[in-house]
Ligand binder design. Structure first.
Ligand code: C2E
Ligand code: MG
Ligand code: MG
Ligand code: MG
Length: 278
């Protein structure tokens, strides 16, 4: 099965029905059923301080533990869930679960949650976040929401209103996959974000690509002049990390520090030992 191909289950044939529509309907029933059946799970990926290697927070990454297909990553079902609206209950589950999980950790790490553009324009999103924090007993300062640039394009007014309300709760807001959208700078200009997450595509070939390096440097300068910490996504090796350290990048996340996994006390990922000795 090709990685990017949407999840599909072809168990019947109705020639009059467009295949896409049919797949979407099957997937819709599946997602609802999966929510009830608790087939979704959050994995956590550590976010570290570049200077010290210490963990700062954990990003919640959604997985579908499918009874037939095994572990399914979000690129296979988020699009469909956004199209049929099920991202709303699914996204609500993610927020509640992430708050509950973070409240159970013995150390006060931040938890970062991805918010879909569809969720961001729902007027009850701030209420859902407030309730989730209260229910879990998690201080708002320990929650961060991650939104992509595209999230503010469609219904800019509603998205911005919600972001301001969420921020007023004391929750921080990060801009995710920075540099890959249509209007990165306009997005940055329209809201006071708390963090820039530079997309992992810029990190991928930064060690032998001067262009990518120049772009990373420029984003870091942008962050600095806006007073925003920058987190580099997709750090996979020591060379990339050395480069980020030399460039004074504040935070990093990627397989080098830890893959998304189940959060375990005392095994928080990070790389403190390696850092301590270097
Ligand atoms: P994202 O928010 O940019 O998350 C980072 C993605 O990069 C994750 O993929 C993570 O596993 C992957 N990654 C982390 N470090 C590395 C690395 O060093 N190298 C490489 N090659 N990849 C790395 P994942 O978990 O498959 O999630 C993909 C996207 O799905 C996320 O991108 C996010 O946009 C979306 N997503 C995940 N969970 C949720 C969710 O709960 N709600 C919504 N709406 N979207 C979600
Ligand atoms: Mg993210
Ligand atoms: Mg990202
Ligand atoms: Mg991404």
């Amino acid at each position: 099965r090709a990685k990017k191909e949407p999840l599909r289950r072809c168990c019947y044939y109705e020639p009059e029905m467009d295949e896409d529509v049919r797949n979407r309907r099957v997937l819709q029933a599946d997602i609802l059923n999966a929510l009830e059946d608790q087939q979704f799970q959050l994995l956590y990926q550590v976010q570290c301080c570049v200077a010290t290697g210490e963990p700062i927070g954990y990003e919640a990454l959604l997985r579908w533990m499918h009874p037939e297909y095994g572990m399914v990553t979000p690129d296979r079902f988020i699009d469909a869930a956004e199209q049929n609206g099920l991202i709303i209950p699914l996204g609500e589950w993610v927020i509640r679960q992430a708050c509950r999980d973070a409240a159970s950790w013995s150390k006060p790490y931040k938890v970062a949650v991805n918010i879909s553009p569809i969720q961001l324009v729902q007027m009850d999103l701030p209420r859902i976040i407030t309730e989730s924090l209260l229910e879990a007993g998690l201080p708002a300062s320990r929650l961060e929401v991650e939104i992509t640039e595209t999230a503010i394009i469609d219904d800019k007014l509603r998205a911005l209103t919600n972001l301001r309300r969420i921020k007023a709760l004391g929750v921080s807001v990060a801009i995710d996959d920075f540099g890959t959208g249509y209007s990165s700078l306009d997005t940055l200009n329209s809201f006071e974000f708390d963090k820039i997450k530079i997309d992992r595509s810029f990190l991928a070939d930064c060690c032998d690509n001067e262009n990518a390096q120049a772009i990373i440097r420029a984003v870091l300068a942008l962050g600095q002049s806006l007073g925003l910490p920058v987190l580099a996504e997709g750090v996979e090796n020591e060379q990339q990390l050395a480069l980020l350290r030399a460039m004074d990048c504040a935070e990093a996340q990627g397989y080098y520090f830890g893959k998304p996994g189940e959060y375990r006390e005392g095994d928080e990922g990070g790389n403190s030992l390696q850092f301590a000795s270097s």
